[in-house]
Design a protein around this ligand. Structure first.
Ligand SMILES: [Fe+2]
Length: 303
């Protein structure tokens, strides 16, 4: 499945009927993150921090997280520098322009920050949703530098932005992210796939409750009669969709469609569809989508 399609589907919240989940089986989005311009507003002295906007900065609070991985889209890159900068609520860049700010210290590096990825390749930051300027869609600028020295300059955009048309969308595939409303603001996930071959450096620690990578286990019991339990794990907090489909690809119900904490989660499905009706005996698919991860398992209902 192409990432663009995935993002469109995510934006709808649920998969439309007619999509055949079988095509999701074993599929991962492994398109490398494409490059974008650096633009005139990058500065080499962005401070290391994950809170880019003061609490009084005007605008909608936004929480972005993601992972930086090698070109198999799976092996995390630890200690990569993720450098982020963006315009304020009215499209002004503090370092280079005179901007009104809610930052009492008149921080010259307002709305900029660098961070290091953790052992899961993860990064996250809090800021405000950038404003428009010069007819461009809203965007965050990114410059990623891996410990091996690979630099990648890109930008991420947002699903539903009226400044984005279809051909533009085509050219920026994989970098237009859906936003979800959550506690205190908007939440989005931007995963970055670097053109770098990797070796597994993460260490599996059996004592940590957070898995080393996302997974979806076989449901238990299977086949089932009354209810079955579905277990999955994600390596960082983020938007997760867990949905049931029948074998013809028709959507049956959502078990989960929101932002959840990192770690292992257990959900029960009692063979009930989205309209509260019992579904007939047969084969179903449970499909998990979280960030760049998609997994699916077959479920058998016997009455
Ligand atoms: Fe910009």
């Amino acid at each position: 499945m192409k990432r663009r399609k995935f993002l469109k589907i995510s934006a709808l919240g649920t998969l439309a009927t007619g999509i055949v989940p079988a095509t999701l089986l074993g599929s991962r989005d492994c398109d490398l993150t494409s490059a974008d311009i650096l633009g005139p507003f990058w500065d080499e002295n962005h401070p290391y921090r994950t809170l880019l906007a003061h609490a009084d900065e005007p605008g909608t609070r936004i929480f972005i997280s993601g992972t930086v991985t090698t070109n198999d889209c799976e092996i995390p890159i630890q200690d990569a520098i993720v450098d982020v900068w963006h315009a304020d609520d009215v499209g002004c860049y503090t370092v280079f322009q005179e901007c009104d700010t809610g930052n009492p210290g008149e921080d010259p590096y307002n709305l900029t920050g660098q961070m290091l990825t953790n052992e899961n390749g993860g990064y996250s930051f809090e800021s405000i949703w950038p404003g428009y300027y010069g007819g461009r869609p809203k965007h965050f600028h990114y410059k990623i530098t891996t410990p091996a020295g690979l630099e990648h300059v890109t930008q991420c955009y947002f699903v539903g932005d009226p400044q984005i048309d279809e051909s533009w969308e085509e050219q920026h595939a994989g970098r237009i992210i859906p936003l979800e409303e959550g506690e205190g603001g908007l939440y989005g996930i931007f995963d970055i796939f670097m053109n770098e071959e990797g070796e597994q450096v993460g260490v599996d620690d059996p004592h940590t409750p957070i898995p080393s990578k996302a997974f979806l286990n076989n449901n238990y019991p299977n086949p089932f009669n009354n209810s079955t339990e579905i277990e999955f794990g994600i390596i960082r907090a983020g938007y997760v969709s867990l949905a049931i489909y029948d074998v013809s690809g028709k959507w049956v119900t959502n078990l989960l469609d929101k932002t959840v904490a990192s770690g292992t989660h257990l959900f029960t499905w009692g063979g009930i569809d989205a309209f509260g009706k019992s579904v007939p005996s047969g084969s179903y698919l449970v499909v998990l989508k979280s960030g760049g991860f998609t997994g699916s398992k077959k479920i058998m209902l016997l009455k």
